[in-house]
Design a protein around this ligand. Sequence first.
Ligand SMILES: [Zn+2]
Length: 226
Amino acid sequence: MVAISRSSALAARRGASAAPPTLRLDSRGPAVVTLQKKLKAAGFDPGAADGAFGQKTLAAVKAFQKAHGLTADGVVGPKTWNKLNVKKQGPTPPAPGGGRSVTGYVKGKAQQITLSSIPNGKEMRSDAAAAFNRMHATASSAGINLHVNSGFRSMEEQRALYQKHLNGTGNLAARPGYSNHQGGIAVDVTVGATSSATYKWMENNAKRFGFIRTVPSEPWHWEFRP
Ligand SMILES: [Zn+2]
């Protein structure tokens, strides 16, 4: 390896105590290891923490940026570093496996679950979120955008949806306490018609990330059942 990336060279000139350097595809060095560890902790798999910013790290960075409302350009500048750090020092103490702890409902029973971010400002139970984010990044690199319309729902949110359903102004909704969205394992994705490229991609790939369809009338509703 002869080439030293420009950002690493700049970082070296600024000295070790400076703010984290801007990183991009082909960056190398200890700051990349830090980035990879933080991505992994946030549920975005960059591959091995080997200090080499390759395609897997790029996909993880883009998915992380998308999930946090940043421009998904794959360049790790101050804003992305900030989100990576903020996540770690958020107001809610991190539960085991990262994420925030909330009351979820499974088959009518309250239970404590841990949530992590997925794209479009939504959340899922942390294990489901990690799998969804991997799937999202893989879909992205195949040119498929999995837009999330609904992830975890609080009791209030499910009550509101159920009321709309009863009023005849909303989609089918499970009665409060009984939606798998309240357990953090269900996600609604914009898939279009079952003939669309997005739906076909899900049909061919979702299973290997642990996601299956469970509601025959709802092609957008997927559940994490690995
Ligand atoms: Zn749903």
